[in-house]
Design a protein around this ligand. Structure first.
Ligand code: ADP
Ligand code: MG
Length: 240
C-alpha cells in the first residue's frame, strides 16, 4: 500500500504540495485530475523518491520513501513510472531497450531478460516489434514500449503521468486500452490524466488537485456525478 501523510513540498518560495493525504490500497486504481501546475507530477516524483519532500511522510509497504536508512534504489524497483514521453535509446532495438534496465539494475542474464521483455512486449501488443528500432514506432507504440519496459522490472505499483498527452488523438485509445488492461489485472496504479472518460471508466477513486491541495476525492460516480468542491465543478465544466 502507498500511504501519503500530510506531505508538503516547495520549490523555492513556491509551495507546490500543501499537505497531501492519500492512501492507495493494493489493487486500487486512483486517477488524479486537475489543472496545469496543481502539483500532480510533483506528487508522483515524490512517491518514487525522485524528489525530496519538506515534511510529512510517504510509505510504501511500510518502508518510508524519504528516510535516510531506506535503500531508495531498491524501493524504486517496486514502483514503475511512465511519463508523457520516454526517450528510448534510438540505436537499440525495442527488445534491447526493454532488457537494458533488467540487466543493469536487476542484474539479470541475457536470456532471462529477453524472455521477460518478450512476454511484456506481447502483453502490450508489440510482439511483432521486438527487432524494430524505436524511431520506426508510432507514438502509441512507443508509449506501450515504455509501459512494457516498466512492467519488465516486475513492479508492485505503477505511476502514470499523462501518458497520452503527447499523442495524436487517434493513438490515445490504444494506450488507454493498455492501462485499462493492467487495471483489470489488478495492478495498483496512480494515473495522472486529462482523459475524463478513462478516469470515469477505470478508477476506483478519482482525486482532484487544485493549487497544491487535494480538493476532493471520491468514486467516479461521486466526483463526476456530484462534485462537492466549487473548483472541481469549475474544472469539470471546462472539460466538457
Ligand atoms: P502538474 O503536473 O499538476 O501540472 P507540477 O507538479 O508539474 O504540476 O508543478 C507544480 C508547480 O511546481 C508548477 O508551478 C511548476 O512550475 C513547479 N515546478 C515543478 N517542478 C519544478 C522544479 N523542478 N523546479 C521549480 N519549480 C517546479
Ligand atoms: Mg504534470
Amino acid at each position: 500500500m502507498i500511504d501519503i501523510q500530510n506531505v508538503r513540498k516547495s520549490f523555492g518560495p513556491l509551495e507546490v504540495l500543501k499537505g497531501i493525504d492519500l492512501t492507495v490500497e493494493k489493487g486500487e486504481v486512483v486517477t488524479v485530475i486537475g489543472g496545469s501546475g496543481s502539483g500532480k507530477s510533483t506528487l508522483l516524483t515524490c512517491i518514487n523518491g525522485l524528489e525530496p519532500i519538506d515534511s510529512g511522510k510517504i510509505t510504501i509497504d511500510g518502508t518510508e520513501v524519504h528516510a535516510k536508512s531506506t535503500d531508495i534504489n531498491k524501493l524504486r524497483q517496486k514502483i514503475g513510472i511512465v511519463f508523457q514521453q520516454w526517450n528510448a535509446f534510438p540505436h537499440l532495438t525495442v527488445m534491447e531497450n526493454v532488457t537494458l534496465a533488467q540487466r543493469k539494475v536487476l542484474g539479470k542474464g541475457k536470456a532471462d531478460a529477453e524472455a521477460t521483455a518478450e512476454k511484456q512486449l506481447k502483453h502490450v501488443g508489440l510482439g511483432d516489434k521486438l527487432t524494430t528500432y524505436p524511431g520506426r514506432l508510432s507514438g502509441g507504440q512507443q508509449q506501450r514500449m515504455a509501459i512494457a519496459r516498466a512492467l519488465a522490472m516486475s513492479p508492485d505499483y505503477m505511476l502514470f503521468d499523462e501518458v497520452t498527452s503527447a499523442l495524436d488523438p487517434q493513438l490515445v485509445g490504444e494506450v488507454l486500452e493498455t492501462l485499462k488492461m493492467l487495471a483489470e489485472e489488478g495492478m495498483t496504479m496512480i494515473c495522472v490524466t486529462h482523459e475524463m472518460a478513462f478516469a470515469r471508466d477505470v478508477s476506483d477513486r478519482v482525486a482532484f488537485f487544485h493549487k497544491g491541495i487535494m480538493a476532493e476525492i471520491g468514486t467516479p460516480e461521486q466526483l463526476f456525478g456530484n462534485p462537492q468542491h466549487p473548483e472541481t465543478q469549475k474544472f469539470l465544466a471546462g472539460t466538457r
